[in-house]
Design a protein. Structure first.
Length: 95
């Protein structure tokens, strides 16, 4: 027989809507092949995709959506090679 233990439930660690939207945006960027595309095509893709995410994650404010787009645009940029990063650092050091 149960001796009347007081069991409290731990709060679940569900991600916030902003985190879920970010993760979904990154998944779409990868699956749609946005990384490495022409900047004009990327801009067009984001113009079409962000209203969808704003509708899907209605909890997010306009500021959150703008921040999400900025994160997505940074994520979609091709990775820098080690040579270009060191060349950029050398240019800053000589300035």
């Amino acid at each position: 027989m149960n001796k009347g233990r007081n069991r409290t439930r731990r709060p679940s660690n569900e991600p916030s809507p902003k985190d879920q939207a970010r993760d979904e945006l990154f998944q779409h960027i990868i699956s749609c092949g946005v990384v490495g595309c022409d900047p004009e095509h990327q801009r067009e893709w984001f113009d079409e995709t962000m209203p969808y995410l704003a509708e899907r994650f209605f909890e997010l404010s306009a500021v959150d959506i703008a921040e999400l787009r900025t994160l997505g645009e940074r994520f979609a940029q091709p990775p820098r090679s080690a040579a270009s990063v060191s060349a950029g650092n050398d240019a800053v050091a000589t300035a």
